[in-house]
Every structure is written in C-alpha cells, then in structure tokens.
Design a protein. Structure first.
Lengths: 616, 123
C-alpha cells in the first residue's frame, strides 16, 4: 500500500508529461508513458547511484565520468518528447544516444570484441517499440554503422589497449544487455496488451451499441444484397439475421415498394450521397402460420456509400451502409390524418352542394311568391281582373306551403343529425295509413299517367310506431317513386308481416339509380346526378329523412335499383318499436360521418346487388 | 305585330308568372318546360327573345343555349337566363355559356320588364 501510495504521484507526474496531442488516443498515451517513464526513472536512479559508485570505486576514470554524463541524455530526450509530442523523433534520438554511448564505451574497451558491443543489438530492439518501420530502419543502420566503425578501428589498430578481466566484463555486458532487452520486451508486451484490450473494449462497445439499438444497421453489396445486418433486425423483421442476408431482405420487401428500395440503394452507391426511402417489409411472427397473416411494417431507410478505411482494396467502393427504422406508427397516423382530411373535405363539399341546392330550391318558390305579389301590388298599372287576383293569392299561398314543408324537412333532418328527434309511438293499423297516403298522391299520379297499385295483406297486424313518422316515410317514398317514373309507368306498394317485422316496399319502373350512386342514397342532400341538368327538383332530403325515421324505430331501410328499369325501396319496421327500442339502444344517426357510410358501403352494396337480381 | 317571347321554364308557377307578366305588358308568349322542345319551338315560332331557365329536365338550359347559338338561323335571338342559380360565379358561368343577359330568381318585376324592353322595345 505504501509503495502504491508513493507511486501514485510519480504516475500522475508522468501522465502530466505526456504531450497533449497524444492524450486523445489511449494507445498513444500508453506509448508515450512507456517511453518517458523508464528513461526518466532509470536515468535518475543511475544519477542517484553515482555517489555510491564514487564511494565504492574511488575517483572515477574518464570513461566512467563520460558514461554517467551520458545518462542525462535520456532525460533530455524524454523532455523533448514531452514538449514536442514527436514520438518517432524521440525514438531516433534515443537510438542515436544509445548507439553513441555503446560505441564510445566499446571503443575504449577493446572495440568490436568489447563486452559493451553486444548492446548494439539492443538498439534496433528498442526502436521496435516505436511501431514504426522507419525508426527501426534508422536504428538498425545506426547499430550497423557503429559495428562497422568499431571493426574498422580494430583493424587499423587505432584503439587504445584495454587490459581487464574480459570474462567478467563479457558476463556483465551480456547480463546487462539481456536485462535491458527483457525490460524492452516487457514494455512491448504491455503495449500489445493495451492495444488488444483497447480493441476488445471498442468492439464490445460497438456490439453493445448494436445490440441495444432499435435501429437496424445493414451493409449492402453492389447489387443490393445484404452482407451484414445488426441483431436489431431480428425483432424488427421477425427473422433470423442469416435469413435476411443475401436477397432474404429483398424478398420480404412489399412488391410495390421494391423498385424504390433498389433505386435508393443504387443511387446511394453511384451518387455517393445520402438517400432516404420508405418501404414496407413483411414481418413474420413466430406463432403465425407461414402462409398467411403476414403483416407489413413500414421501414424508413437512410443509406450512404460505405467509406472504406485506407489501405483496403477498392472493390468495396460500391458497398452501401443503411440504417433502418420502424415507422409504422407514424405512417398509420399519417394515413389516418389523410383519411380524416379527405372525409372533412367530402363533408365540406357536401355542405357546399347542400347550400347551392338549398338556395336554388328556396329561390324557385320565392320567385312565384315575390313575382305574383308584386303584380298584385302594382295592380293599377296592369289592371288584373278579380278572378285572376284570387288565383294569384292562391298560388302565393301554395308556394308558401311548399317553402314551409321544405323548412320542416330541414329542421327534421337537423334534429335527426343531432339526435334530438323524438318519436311518439302509438298503436295503429298500418293498412289505413298506407291507403290514405296513396289517396294523397293519387291525383299527382293520375296527372303523370302513372298507375298506382296497392297490395295489402288482409291480416296486417296493428303496429306500435310514430304515426306521423310512418306517414312521412310513405309519402316521401311514394312521391319519389311518382317523381322518378315516366309517363305511363306504374308504382306498386306492398305491405306484409314477416315475423316481428312489418315490411313495406314501394316499387316503380322509373329511371332507376346507377350502381355508383346507390350507396350514397340516404345521405342528406344527395340527389343522384346533380348538376344543371338535374332531372327533378327537391332538396334531396326525402330519403335521408326516411332513413333517419326508420332507424329511430329500430328498423331497416334498403334501396335496390337498376338504372333504366326501376327502383324498389324496402322499409322493415318492428311491429312493436317500443319493445325493440328498449331491447337495443337505438344508435344516434350520424349522416355526415362519411366513414360510417364507407364501412357499411360494401356490405350494403352486396345486399343490394342480390336484391336487384331477385327483383329483376 | 306584338313581339313574341319563348319561355323555357319547368316550374309551373314560374311559367305562369312569366306568361302573365309578359301578356300584361303586351307581348305574345310561347312556353315549354322541356329543353329539347325549346329548339323546335324556336325554329317554328322564330321568337324575338328567349327566357331560359337553367335547371331543366333532360338537358340543361346552358346546353339548349349552346345549341341555339350554334344554329346559324337562331343564334341572333337574344337569350335571357332566368335562374335560381344565384351563387357566386353562377352569373359568369351562365354568361360565358352564351346568354345575353342574366336575371336571378326571385325576380324583381320592374327589372324583369326593363330587361325585356331593353331587348324588344315597347310593344
């Protein structure tokens, strides 16, 4: 513990000496530290040992003084590295200093045969720590040059004679060199360990990131094939990573989105720019049977060409790296939003059309009212006879009533829309009401030369319903049938009991309704083929009022028709609407909501089609 | 000879109104509620003016006006649209359709007579 405590400030001091440029990289820091520490500490230890040496050996010779003086060189080199951060330069200087020292000592102690000459081997070894070939080459050339110089000096005999116990000195030289080399080897080993630890740590970090990321990272070859997919792909696509590689992912991409997917990858590879694309991928779940129930997830993919590390072959320049992310939720929301927008636009269009219709329908009777009343008030200038004045008053009155019934229709419709329409059920015989309604329209039918025939079963039960509403349902259906039937046509009313229901049908052989218009019947203000050439007047409220009233009774309203051959409207009302209504709460009627109509659309069209066939 | 006006109008009450008004002011009238018939009547009677409702059964008044204006013999007859289409843009559309004048329903009797006189002069 005490030693650790002592070493702590030393290590801090050495860390402090590492040049800032090296501190960013852990491996570089380790290298600098392992360069500075032994040189500084070794030299200081040797200098500290100098007095001991003096005491034991007495006055040193010039060689010894020189060696000790040389020990300052590593300190200076360590200082040089600390100040400049030039690692390779420091190594070269270090090799040069060591070579110089060895050469000097060897020259004084017998040349190439000197015990010190073996230290020349250490020079390139030490340089190996720099991990730079250039430094190693330089250091080796220093060592070889030194050996050459010593050999030359030996041959020329210019070296001073050296007499000593060569055996003991040789042992000293070998042992010290071996120890130093061991130190170097330990340093090298430590550096290798550091670098491989760093490698693992980095890999671990990336693996951790890849595993914990919900986004999928993929690498694609030049033809778009998946070369690598990160583990996040498994939960996203419900497939093993190896099932996705190659064309596995492409095979799962929605057929309609495949061109966009491939184009994005190809564009990223050739243009070198980031490309973004959204596409659907089939997701298989473990418990899904393989042949069906495949669900699709929306994927957003951003891809860019892979930047290769320098030194690798150029063949990979067409590779693309992509990040994929599940955007199904956003897509769904977006689609819902678009749907809602389309619906609101449709509703707004329906209202605009309603207003235009309304304006037209109100102006027509108003024209008669205002025109005739103006004529009456300008009596003086036109001198209208009394009989005519009475006729005009009658016409004004008629138009006023027409306007009133229209206003009532609108109010009824609006009440049904808001759910404020109250029905008052009472028991009555439906046959009598049906008969009365036929009488009301008989005149109009006769004028248009239309045959009105009534088929009533004698055993019609008494029903419990709102009498006024029942009458209105029949009048609306009958007047529609008469209105849309040509001269000489016929309208048939049929009523019978079917279980707990009363079924009334009104059938004509008139103009009929196109298949595309059928599902929209009963939507307020809708009149098939509405334009300037509209065949018939009316606000288009009649059928939606019928539909609303029938639904309020807990009944059903259907229209079957074929363009050109006639229309059949069928009303099914419960015989006792109070019993039915208390059994199931009548839903509020929301005619403006297009979505409801949309969902009912298919089912009702199918029923209608089958009915058309039956009636045909 | 009294000037003759062809009335194309599918609403019975309005037909009667226009008929009575014109008659009271000394014009002769021919009427139909059908656009196709209107063309025949125009050929047969050569009216001096046509009052055209726009919303008609079978074919629209605009369509009938186009036929009239495409006919070399009939195109000189002025067509006055009298219509309940009085929303924004309706007048422009109807004038572009070839009608010489546009009156919106409900009419003002004074303006109606004034417009007729503008084209036909006093009877």
């Amino acid at each position: 513990m005490a030693i650790v405590g002592l070493l702590e400030p030393v290590r801090d001091y050495i860390d402090h000496l590492v040049h800032p440029s090296a501190q960013r990289d852990v491996l570089m820091t380790a290298r600098h530290r392992s360069f500075i520490a032994p040189r500084l500490l070794g030299s200081l230890a040797a200098i500290a040992a100098f007095p001991v040496y003096l005491v034991t050996r007495g006055i040193p010779g010039p060689l010894e003084v020189m060696v000790f003086a040389w020990l300052f060189a590593p300190i200076l080199i360590a200082y040089y590295l600390s100040r400049t951060g030039r690692y390779e330069g420091a190594h070269v200087l270090s090799s040069l200093a060591l070579t110089g020292l060895v050469t000097a000592v060897a020259a004084m102690t017998g040349g190439i045969a000197s015990f010190a000459a073996i230290w020349l081997v250490v020079v390139p070894l030490e340089a190996a720590l720099s991990a730079s070939r250039r430094v190693v080459a330089t250091a080796s050339s220093f060592a070889l040059a030194s050996a050459g110089l010593l050999l030359a000096l030996y041959w020329t005999g210019t070296l001073p004679a050296f007499e000593a116990d060569t055996g003991a000195l040789a042992a000293l030289g070998v042992i010290s060199a071996a120890l130093y080399a061991t130190g170097l080897a330990l340093g090298a080993e430590s550096l290798t360990r550091t670098s491989s630890w760093l490698l693992y740590a980095e890999e671990d970090r990336y693996r951790l990131l890849a595993r914990n990321m919900t986004d999928v990272i993929t690498r694609h070859g030049r033809n778009g094939a998946v070369l690598f997919a990160s583990p996040a792909a498994e939960p996203l696509f419900g497939a093993k990573v190896n099932e996705l590689s190659g064309h596995g992912l492409f095979d799962r991409v929605h057929v309609a989105d495949r061109p966009a997917y491939l184009t994005a990858l190809a564009d990223a590879a050739t243009s070198g720019e980031v490309r973004s694309v959204e596409f659907r991928v089939r997701r298989t779940r473990d418990n899904d049977p393989p042949e069906h129930c495949a669900s699709f997830v929306w994927i957003e993919m951003r891809c860019r060409p892979l930047e290769h590390v320098k030194g690798q072959d150029g063949a990979g320049e067409h590779e693309v790296v992509a990040v994929m992310r599940d955007v199904t939720e956003r897509k769904t929301e977006q689609q819902l939003l678009e749907q809602a927008q389309a619906e609101s636009e449709r509703a707004s269009l329906a209202k605009t059309r309603f207003l235009a219709n309304m304006s037209h329908e109100l102006r027509t009777p108003l024209n008669a009212i205002i025109g005739f009343s103006e004529m009456l008030s300008n009596d003086g200038s036109m001198s209208i006879e009394a009989k005519r004045r009475q006729e005009y008053a009658q016409l004004i009155n008629e138009s006023g009533h027409h306007l009133l019934s229209m206003v009532n229709d609108i109010l009824d419709m609006s009440k049904m829309e808001t759910g404020d329409f109250e029905i008052v059920p009472e028991p009555f015989a439906p046959g009598i009401v049906i008969g009365k309604c036929c009488e009301l329209l008989a005149l109009k039918a006769r004028e248009a030369n239309i045959e009105l025939s009534l088929r009533l079963n004698n055993d019609l039960p008494e029903i419990v319903a709102d009498k006024r509403a029942f009458k209105q349902i029949l009048l609306n259906l009958l007047s529609n049938a008469v209105k849309f039937t040509k001269d000489g046509g016929c309208v048939t009313i049929d009523a019978r009991a079917e279980g707990a229901m009363l079924v009334v049908s009104v059938e004509d052989n008139g103009v009929g309704i196109g298949t595309s218009d059928l599902p929209r019947l009963g939507n307020p203000f809708f009149q098939a083929r509405s334009a300037y050439d509209r065949r018939h007047d009316g606000t288009g409220l009649g059928l939606s009022i019928v539909k609303g009233l029938v639904e309020l009774h807990g009944g059903e309203f259907k229209v079957a028709s074929e363009l050109g051959s006639g229309t059949r409207a069928i009303v099914r009302l419960p015989i006792d609407c109070e019993a039915t209504r208390s059994a199931k709460k009548t839903p509020r009627i929301g005619h403006f909501s297009a979505s409801k109509d949309e969902t009912d659309h298919k089912a009702s069209r199918e029923t209608m089609n089958s009915q058309v066939k039956r009636s045909a | 000879m009294a000037k003759k006006v062809l009335i194309v109008e599918d609403n019975e009450l309005n037909m009667k109104l226009f008929h009575d008004l014109l008659e009271a002011h000394g014009y002769q009238t021919v009427g139909t509620r059908n656009g196709i018939e209107a063309l025949d009547l125009a050929r047969r009677h050569r009216p001096d003016l046509i009052l055209m409702d726009i919303q008609l059964p079978e074919v629209s008044g605009l369509e009938v006006t186009k036929w009239l204006k495409d006919d070399a013999e009939l195109k000189s007859i002025p067509v006055v649209a009298v219509t309940a289409f009085a929303m924004k843009g309706d007048e422009e559309r109807i004038r572009e359709g070839g009608c010489e004048a546009y009156l919106s329903k409900p009419i003002s009797v004074g303006k109606f007579i004034e417009t007729i006189r503008h084209f036909l002069g006093s009877p």
